[in-house]
Design a protein around this ligand. Structure first.
Ligand code: R7I
Ligand code: MG
Ligand code: MG
Length: 318
């Protein structure tokens, strides 16, 4: 389908702001269980303060910004430049995972950027979701080319996440953003078709099994959120959160707001599952679907919007 330039622009902005909004909404409840969230807040649906003031984003968005900046300046992947931006943007208090902190420290001390990530976790590399949480700009820039999308997603993730599961999670998340970009918003989404394409794209058995489970859950009439949490996961590993974000979007695709509220209220890695769901839902709907009350409170909105706009300009003038 040929997408009108104005719609594509709105989808690009919607995806990056959607990511940031999901991150900020989930920030105060990251690490709580769904039950703890329910007892403490009822349902989280407003920007509230937590470790950071209300509306602030965390490492998820900060790293996405580094990815977008670097892709724009280099008109594609440049690892050395991307690493420099990760280091320049890094603020400890955003709440980074252990892996990226270590990798960026090693590189600052002189370890080559291509080598640092593979030293983590006994030489296995990280399978955390830190590659997937920041990958949306890759899904946008290469939405029309799954092969390049996969190879760039692997490279972007690999800077900090050398484990193949960490890289595969990033590729799947980028692909979901790309599929959402290509869908016509406000038409009935072919959920089965969407999830089948993700299944076909997945290269790894752990992810294929999880994506198949997402499909099975979507086929059921009503699914308890505790079943979603126990079967798909809501934790920090890529395979316990990327499929969960996919499910959160597909089970609630009628509304950006509902999808993101659903995602963050699953608890666990709430900011990241919120961010990944928001990136897909925003790419599907466009920025108009994001509640104004969330955008009004979001830190850094004009800058994030300008990055999305510049990514769109690259596509537009290609
Ligand atoms: O993936 P990463 O950047 O963390 C992202 C999370 C998001 O929730 C953000 O919002 C922020 O809060 O952090 O950080 P990593 O340290 O690379 O991976 C996350 C965690 O996954 C690690 O600290 C480990 O607990 C676990 N982990 C592993 N454990 C054992 N063996 C990741 N890889 C391995 C492994 O190979
Ligand atoms: Mg975070
Ligand atoms: Mg998180």
């Amino acid at each position: 389908m040929k997408i009108k330039p104005e719609i594509l622009r709105s989808k690009f902005i919607g995806s990056l702001l959607g990511l940031a909004v999901g991150d900020a909404l989930g920030m105060p409840v990251e690490g709580l269980t769904a039950e703890e969230i329910r007892l403490k807040f009822g349902v989280v649906k407003e920007m509230i303060s937590g470790r950071l003031p209300a509306g602030c984003y965390t490492d998820d968005t900060e790293m996405m910004i580094g990815v977008a900046e670097s892709l724009i300046e280099n008109r594609g992947f440049n690892g050395e430049d991307m690493v420099k931006r990760f280091i320049r943007n890094f603020k400890f208090w955003r709440g980074y995972g252990y892996g990226p902190i270590k990798v960026l420290e090693m590189i600052k001390k002189g370890v080559p950027w291509e080598k640092a990530a593979e030293k983590l976790f006994g030489g296995e590399g990280s399978y955390g979701n830190g590659g997937a949480m920041r990958i949306a700009p890759v899904g946008l820039l290469y939405y029309d080319n799954p092969e390049i999308l996969r190879s760039v997603a692997y490279k972007v993730a690999r800077i900090t996440h050398a484990n193949k599961l960490g890289m595969e999670g990033a590729a799947i998340q980028a692909y979901a953003v790309a599929l959402a970009v290509m869908e016509e918003p406000h038409k009935t989404l072919e959920v089965e078709d969407f999830i089948t394409k993700v299944y076909m794209f997945s290269c790894d058995n752990i992810f294929r099994d999880k994506v198949r489970l997402v499909k099975q859950l979507l086929e059921k009439n009503s699914v308890d959120k505790f079943e979603v949490i126990s079967r798909l996961g809501n934790s920090i590993e890529a395979f316990n959160s990327v499929p969960t974000a996919l499910y959160s979007f597909l089970a609630n695709y009628e509304s950006f707001e509902d999808a993101v509220i659903y995602a963050v209220n699953l608890g666990g890695d709430a900011d990241t599952i919120g961010a990944m769901t928001g990136a897909i839902a925003g790419a599907y709907y466009g920025v108009e679907a994001i509640p104004k009350r969330w955008l009004d409170r979001l830190e850094g909105r004009p800058y994030i919007e300008s990055l999305a706009e510049r990514l769109w300009m690259i596509k537009h003038t290609d």
